[in-house]
Design a protein around this ligand. Structure first.
Ligand code: ZN
Length: 627
């Protein structure tokens, strides 16, 4: 709260009058006139009051001006200017405040001195600034939003979150103009929170109820038992949120916990910083890392039993300036093994993928894409599709992410010298029909894959490249003879995961022409398609997206592409040939069609997919993909 101006009341004017002046609502001339009148009045009246009496300004205009300048408006001056208190009252309150060691807010002092009623302040703020006046009730507080911040912050700054709304989290403040409270609340609920005003007493009453009845994690004493509970609670929450990773990050003033959901990090909650060392030690114990070591990066692994389902978590500790950052990756999550039909391939592409690649008895099948693009899920769906009691399937993975019944999976473990190289050396001696190599990471693994295919095996593997042609080119650059590649690789599937429009709040919409333009389409290309957008609801955490769908670029190598590889053509040429002769649909094209069908959005397509060629018209793609 800023101190009030100490100049002579008659010649000074408050912030509202200066806003009105700046906004051009009143003229300088009218202001001078009002001042002359004010100086002649026997009893003090604020300049704003005089302007109102002279009909130079209306209540509605005042409201509008105040609302548009609402940030940083000191409550005391607002009250004085609107005539609720005299300039002397304000001066007194400011003086008291300056003498206090633990400075209270001007509003609190005015109320304590009975110079104004708390209800008056609330009325001024809700009438003038448009904040809804609410009385929070224990029952209507959403526990999920309440848990986002430590209770001591609510007590200190006197605010309380109520619930999520379409615009943001509704937060009730005793003083919605208090800078510190605003800053604290913004940190946990974001800048788009919806501010409301409530009696301080009603906020404190609900806080007390929460602390008494609802045992929140923030109160946990820093003893071992409760930290065990806290670590478990975080992991359980991540499983229930269908998160893929948990990020526990020490920041300057708090411990931030975020979950990766549908590929995007979402704040789970902030914890007080002082809990970090014990929580970190607890997780280290759980995953078998060294508790004493705090200055080096470490890794670990833990098994977690959740409702009879055993989860495998890979843990990484990374030393930062504020302490160790912990990332827990949730492996073999329940329900993540999905059928080939559910990956999101268009029907025609899926049929070709199964007939011309997956069911071929030998050859290398590559799946490419960056980390987190769903490659592993696709590989597992493939294994699940082809496994049967007559064939032997063996894997070398780092690590095994899902356990599939009936196949032999090996998790690489360099700690005990069970390296990738060592495993691949033994894998072919196991008389397999199908070999799954987690990832081609060097010349050696590429060599093993190609050799195994040459000797009649089927090899499924992944690769870190942008698109399908990039996969071929990278193999060519790995000191493997072009003829070996051209005669063994049967397919390259490039993929990405795009967020799906939330089904619960989706609405048909017209696509934004500028976005379509960036994808390479005109508005007229979109006729006859059903684009959709979601406004956000509780099912999608108000993001408008829920779940993800795969977007694919399938290259089935034919004679012309094989020749192009033998001739070591450029990737541009190979790409051109593939599109012309093999029916290749690019990632961008497949994504554009999925956006046009309302499964995802143009924003997602532009966010996630590379644009290498101008896409073909949507209606032409409809035929190629069979949608
Ligand atoms: Zn929704």
């Amino acid at each position: 709260m800023q101190p009030a101006t100490t100049a002579e009341p008659s010649c000074a004017y408050g912030p509202i009058v200066s806003y009105l002046l700046a906004d051009g609502v009143i003229s300088d001339r009218k202001l001078q006139y009002a001042r002359r009148i004010q100086s002649k009045l026997e009893a003090h009246k604020s300049l704003l009051g005089v302007l109102k009496d002279l009909k130079c300004v209306t209540d509605a205009q005042i409201q509008e001006s105040v609302r548009s300048h609402a940030t940083n408006l000191p409550v005391g001056e607002l009250l004085a200017e609107l005539g609720y208190i005299s300039p002397e009252d304000l001066e007194l309150a400011v003086k008291i405040q300056q003498e206090e060691k633990n400075r209270r807010k001007i509003g609190q002092i005015l109320v304590a001195k009975r110079l104004v009623d708390e209800s008056d302040i609330i009325q001024v703020l809700s009438m003038q600034l448009g904040f809804a006046h609410i009385t929070p009730e224990y029952d209507e507080i959403e526990p999920e939003v309440f848990r986002r911040a430590p209770a001591k912050w609510y007590e200190k700054h006197c605010f309380i979150p109520i619930r999520r709304t379409g615009e943001g989290v509704l937060v009730a403040f005793a003083d919605p103009l208090d800078d510190e409270a605003l800053e604290a609340a913004t940190r946990f609920f974001g800048p788009d929170m919806v501010r409301a005003i409530a009696h301080e007493k009603s906020i404190r009453r609900v806080l007390d109820q929460f602390l008494r009845y609802a045992k929140t994690e923030h109160e946990i004493q820093l003893n071992d038992d409760s930290v065990v509970g806290l670590a478990n609670a975080i992991i359980v929450a991540a499983i229930e949120d269908e998160a893929s990773d948990i990020h526990i990050e020490p920041l300057e003033d708090r411990l931030r916990i975020r979950f990766r959901r549908d590929g995007i990090l979402v704040l789970h909650k902030d914890l007080p910083q002082d809990i970090a060392p014990t929580l970190t030690s607890r997780i280290k114990v759980m995953c078998g890392a060294d508790i004493v070591e705090k200055r080096r990066h470490q890794g670990g692994r833990l098994f977690f039993d959740h409702q009879g389902h055993e989860l495998d978590l890979r843990v990484s500790f990374y030393v930062t300036v504020y302490g160790e950052k912990i990332v827990l990756r949730l492996l073999n999550r329940k329900g993540t093994l999905i059928q080939l039909d559910e990956l999101g391939m268009s029907s025609r592409m899926r049929d070709r993928f199964v007939e011309e690649a997956l069911l071929q008895p030998s050859g290398v099948m590559l799946v490419t894409g960056p980390t987190g693009s769903g490659k592993t899920t696709t590989i597992y769906s493939c294994i699940n599709h082809i496994k049967n009691p007559q064939i032997s399937i063996i894997t070398a993975e780092e690590p095994v992410e899902y356990i599939i019944d009936g196949i032999s999976q090996c998790s690489i473990n360099p700690k005990i010298n069970l390296t990738f190289e060592e495993t691949l050396r033994h894998i072919v001696r196991q008389d397999p029909d199908v070999i799954v190599i987690g990832e081609i990471r060097d010349n050696y693994s590429a060599e093993v894959a190609v050799q195994a295919a040459l000797t009649g095996h089927k090899v499924l593997t992944t690769f870190h490249t942008e698109d399908s042609i990039g996969g071929l080119v990278r193999l060519l650059n790995m000191e493997i003879e072009a003829f070996m590649i051209s005669s063994t690789v049967i397919s390259v599937l490039a993929q990405r995961l795009l967020r799906k429009v939330c089904l619960h709040c989706a609405e048909a919409c017209k696509p934004d022409p500028a976005l379509m333009q960036r994808m390479g389409y005109d508005p007229k290309d979109c006729i006859g398609w059903q684009f959709r957008k979601a406004k956000g609801c509780q099912h999608c955490n108000y993001t408008g997206y829920r779940g993800r769908v795969g977007v694919f670029e399938l290259l089935i190598l034919d004679e012309r592409v094989r020749n192009a590889i033998l001739e070591r053509k450029t990737s541009y040429d190979i790409r051109k040939i593939s599109i012309e002769s093999t029916g290749l649909v690019t990632l961008l094209e497949d994504g554009a069609v999925k956006a046009a069908m309302g499964i995802t959005t143009p924003e997602e397509v532009l966010r996630c997919l590379p644009k290498l060629n101008r896409p073909r018209p949507l209606n032409e793609l409809r035929h190629i993909l069979g949608v």
